[in-house]
Design a protein around this ligand. Structure first.
Ligand SMILES: Nc1ncnc2c1ncn2[C@@H]1O[C@H](COP(=O)(O)OP(=O)(O)OP(=O)(O)O)[C@@H](O)[C@H]1O
Ligand SMILES: NC(=O)c1ccc[n+]([C@@H]2O[C@H](COP(=O)(O)O)[C@@H](O)[C@H]2O)c1
Length: 178
């Protein structure tokens, strides 16, 4: 198709946070273009996966714009899960521009792509104690400072979609379902 070196980063981005942003910048030092794949696109309105694929696309796009990352350097692709791990890499390949390097810290993702002969790189984890989607969601529910873990544009999108209230309602529902 062309001879650009592309890397792919797959994560649920529930929501995108400053750890994702740092790793995206690091990957862009190593490849011509990055494919940012928003995983488990079919999931939303769950405590672990509160935001829709569409909302996550907006959060990712606006955070990248806020960081002034050249839009010609990335693709944002939502990707649904499928039931069959053995053919998942083919599903990813079908839905994305061609890529040769896979960046992931997820052992299953690494195993599936290595078995298919892809080069797999383990990107560094930045301030992992604080920079994770789980910690952002925990702080939202605990009324702690989650805003410092994400870009200002993500705080703005959360406000637009009433994301804090959604998460709190989901946690009430989960407790009442027990
Ligand atoms: N702090 C971080 N530093 C660097 N990369 C990160 C960091 N957090 C996540 N990533 C990258 O994002 C990918 C996973 O994305 P995902 O959105 O699932 O992140 P997460 O923060 O671990 O989410 P959750 O806590 O909701 O499970 C990982 O494979 C890793 O490459
Ligand atoms: N069979 C499948 O659909 C399959 C297999 C491996 C990973 N995935 C997805 O890839 C993403 C990996 O992200 P994490 O590194 O955050 O777990 C998740 O959305 C996960 O569901 C899907």
């Amino acid at each position: 198709m062309d001879n650009k070196v592309r890397g792919i980063l797959i994560g649920r981005m529930q929501p995108i946070h400053k750890g994702h942003m740092q790793v995206i910048k690091k990957i862009l030092e190593e490849v011509d273009e990055i494919i940012i794949c928003i995983g488990s696109a079919q999931l939303s309105h769950e405590l672990k996966n509160p935001f829709t694929a569409g909302e996550r696309v907006v959060m990712v796009a606006q955070a990248l714009a806020e960081e002034k990352i050249d839009p010609s350097k990335y693709y944002i692709i939502p990707l649904e899960d499928i039931n069959y791990n053995a053919i998942w890499t083919a599903h990813v390949k079908m839905m994305t521009p061609p890529f040769s390097i896979v960046y992931s810290g997820n052992s299953l993702v690494k195993q599936l792509f290595s078995e298919e002969g892809y080069e797999v790189r383990n990107p560094p984890l930045y301030d992992r104690l604080n920079l994770s989607g789980s910690e952002v969601r925990r702080r939202i529910l605990a009324d702690e400072n989650w805003q410092e873990l994400v870009n200002q544009s993500t705080v703005d999108v959360m406000e637009e979609i009433d994301g804090v209230l959604r998460l709190k309602n989901l946690s009430v529902k989960e407790i009442s379902d027990i």
